[in-house]
Design a protein around this ligand. Structure first.
Ligand SMILES: C[S@@+](CC[C@H](N)C(=O)[O-])C[C@H]1O[C@@H](n2cnc3c(N)ncnc32)[C@H](O)[C@@H]1O
Length: 247
């Protein structure tokens, strides 16, 4: 059993049942460690998810020729500068952070408060660091860091400022009309994380700690965070990026 899984187990609640390398929290989900990869398994559907920054899918995503033209990159402002310190305050499974770290020349700090998402992410990072046969992934791993903390707590107490702060909290209607593959990941968030009902408070805290902009990823039907109108919006079919420019 690896160090990060042992750390995770220490954080588990008393009623959790731990058998071999499997953590059963008496729900339909189990955490399972296999060949150094931590999986969250949904027993009833015999499906699982893990964080794999080294997968062919992840590599394809970060090497897409038109990546800088995608809304997420335009919203971050990569068309203006690639020298950005980025705080991904709701890191989830780290998919967006991986894109940021593949483009910025500076750092990407990830925050995740949910212990299950955090454990999956931490395990993904450990395996990324070991991927020393790929120089692109090595460079990316040097830029990424991760904290198990609530973003509100972090933003209220940190003395650091970040060029861009990115927020992607859950919204109740997410995942309703998505493909089976996307649904699997969204179902994970719904069933382990729930809806991030307290996310409105993050926008003002983030605006205080950003040098250039705050970017909020929202479901297309979701209201603005705390009803605050952004400076710019990039609208896709199912998502929207609300951009708050700091003057
Ligand atoms: C929709 S997911 C983010 C997906 C992520 N952008 C990705 O690329 O995988 C939302 C995540 O934000 C986390 N989260 C929500 N509010 C948070 C907060 N205040 N502090 C830290 N994490 C938070 C949730 O636990 C969840 O894992």
């Amino acid at each position: 059993m690896t160090f990060q899984v042992l750390c995770y187990i220490k954080r588990m609640k008393k009623q959790d049942i731990i058998k071999n390398n499997t953590i059963n929290n008496e729900s339909d989900f189990n955490l399972k460690l296999e060949d150094e990869t931590l999986y969250l398994v949904k027993e009833s559907e015999n499906s699982s998810i893990c964080v794999d920054f080294t997968s062919s899918k992840a590599l394809k995503r970060i090497n897409e020729p038109g990546i800088l033209k995608q809304d997420i990159c335009k919203a971050i402002g990569f068309n203006k500068s690639k020298d950005l310190t980025i705080l991904d305050a709701t890191a989830g499974l780290g998919r967006d952070s991986l894109i940021f770290a593949s483009i910025t020349t500076k750092s990407v700090t990830m925050l995740e408060r949910n212990p299950t998402s955090f454990a999956l992410l931490e395990n993904g990072l450990v395996r990324l660091v070991k991927a020393d046969d790929n120089s692109q992934l090595q460079e990316i791993s040097k830029k990424l860091s991760l904290n198990n903390i609530d973003a509100a707590e972090f933003l209220a107490s940190t003395t650091d400022k970040f060029d861009v702060i990115y927020l992607d909290p859950m919204f109740s209607q997410e995942g309703q009309k998505k493909s089976a593959k996307v649904k699997k990941e969204m179902a994970f968030f719904h069933q382990t994380v729930g809806n991030d009902e307290d996310s409105d408070k993050l926008i003002d805290l983030a605006l205080n700690k950003a040098n250039k902009r705050v970017v909020v990823k929202r479901h297309i039907k979701a209201p603005y965070l705390n009803d605050k109108k952004p400076s710019l919006e990039f609208k896709g079919k199912t998502n929207r990026f609300d951009v708050y420019i700091i003057n």
